[in-house]
Design a protein around this ligand. Structure first.
Ligand code: GAL
Length: 420
């Protein structure tokens, strides 16, 4: 079972979610058809702030319906995806759920679990609202199955400015060798955790950032479409660099979600954290102002993108209510209400950068000039099976530190899951 390690954590969530959906449908005839259960993993902090922004727009645009929050907490859907899989298997889908554009979404499409929204795209004028590359990653055999809410960037290095200044570090490193030098300086100055890291999927993110530095954007993308070999010396180099980076991190990383690692940064115990730009919104929501950000050292103008999109599941109880939700989140007002609070940038091309906080203004500019590369833990690069295989290989590596074994496991996963 690809998710068996996490099954115990998910079991409680499944029970709660099934109970919630049962309660939702037994609330009396008229009431039930008004509820729109929106399933996400945005339960706290900046993620919830983003969701709340969208919900307020939904309340305005779709006042005939009730928003029902089906969020299951856990970064990157670490618990939610299993709850969802179980509900889909039992034919108890929520009215809509979040699915990453790209290979992850394709899993649901291939399994016949989501409806074709091509007609709605025409009706709502969405075909021309989103960039072509994004539409391509939402399309399977000419049909479009979801509405994107945003574009996030994964390869961002967050800093605690005071920790850096106290150690005499005045510039964020631009290359991996410079990064190692700075990490050594921080260590020598007694910084407890120069680099804060969390569990499996956050380790995947860090490793991918190192791969982008060591292989470059094009060869990195090739790892996911079969054009780049996982057995090459450049991948070995990246694995060794990644291993070295872990030596500057907190030893309890495997028990940490991304927000626990972020707390080390906020508490001044860590200097750096590699994390997606949902961190901007989360730090803002938590009132922490002393942070800086830069692209991960050596990543240049590679923009490691991912997009949260929402679907209409087959068998949803309230398909009309879901359509209203999807129309709202695809609209200019919905994207603004959501993304100004979520740290992401709008997927629509007609947004006004001036409406956005400082971080997103830089991201909007970088997205226009950068080279897009995908992310496996956030679904744009690989299927859910592949995600699970990589996560468990990296979890093992976190304790055994066996570079050759990890490279072998990554190669085997690629051979198993790369589309022929
Ligand atoms: C990603 C998701 C983001 C953010 C992040 C951390 O997979 O696309 O919106 O929620 O996980 O939980």
């Amino acid at each position: 079972m690809r998710f068996s390690k996490r099954a115990a954590v998910a079991a409680a969530g499944i029970a709660v979610a099934l109970l919630a959906s049962a309660c939702g449908s037994s609330g009396g005839g008229g009431q039930a058809s008004k509820d729109v259960e929106v399933f996400t993993w945005w339960a706290d902090g900046g993620e919830k702030a983003g969701l709340d922004g969208l919900v307020s727009q939904f309340k305005t645009d779709c006042s005939q319906y009730n928003f029902q929050n089906g969020a299951v907490s856990g970064g990157a859907g670490s618990n939610a995806k299993q709850v969802l899989a179980s509900r889909l298997q039992q034919a108890q889908p929520p009215d809509t759920f979040q699915a990453h554009a790209g290979a992850e979404l394709t899993d649901y499409i291939n399994a016949g679990q989501v409806e074709d929204l091509s007609a709605q795209y025409k009706e709502w004028g969405l075909d021309s609202a989103f960039p072509k590359g994004l539409i391509d990653s939402l399309t399977v055999q000419g049909k479009i199955y979801s509405v994107p809410a945003n574009i996030h960037r994964a390869n961002v290095l967050w800093t605690n400015k005071t920790v850096l200044a106290n150690a005499g570090v005045n510039e964020v490193p631009k290359t991996l060798p410079e990064f190692f030098t700075v990490l050594d300086t921080l260590k020598a100055k007694g910084v407890q955790t120069p680099l804060a890291v969390g569990k499996d999927w956050t380790q995947q993110m860090l490793f991918e950032a190192v791969l982008i530095s060591d292989l470059g954007a094009e060869k990195f993308t090739g790892l996911w479409n079969g054009k780049t070999s996982w057995t090459g010396a450049d991948v070995t180099q990246a694995l060794n660099d990644y291993k070295k980076l872990l030596s500057y991190s907190n030893k309890d990383r495997d028990t940490f979600d991304w927000t626990d690692a972020e707390k080390l940064l906020m508490d001044g115990k860590a200097a750096f954290q590699l994390m997606g730009d949902w961190e901007a919104a989360d730090l803002d929501t938590k009132g922490f102002k002393d942070y800086g950000y830069a692209v991960f050292p050596g990543n240049g103008n590679a923009y490691q993108w991912l997009a949260d999109s929402f679907v209409l599941p087959k068998g949803a109880k309230n398909a009309e209510g879901t359509k209203c939700w999807l129309k709202t989140l695809g609209s200019a007002a919905g994207q603004k209400a959501f993304n100004t609070k979520k740290g992401s940038i709008p997927a629509r091309t007609d947004a006004n950068a001036a409406d956005y906080p400082a971080y997103q203004q830089t991201a909007i500019a970088d997205w226009k000039s950068g080279v897009p590369v995908p992310s496996c833990p956030h679904g744009s690069a690989c299927s859910q099976g592949w995600q699970g295989a990589v996560a468990s290989a990296q979890g093992k590596f976190s304790s055994d530190q066996d570079v050759a074994a990890l490279q072998k496991a990554l190669d085997a996963a690629a051979k198993q899951y790369t589309k022929k």
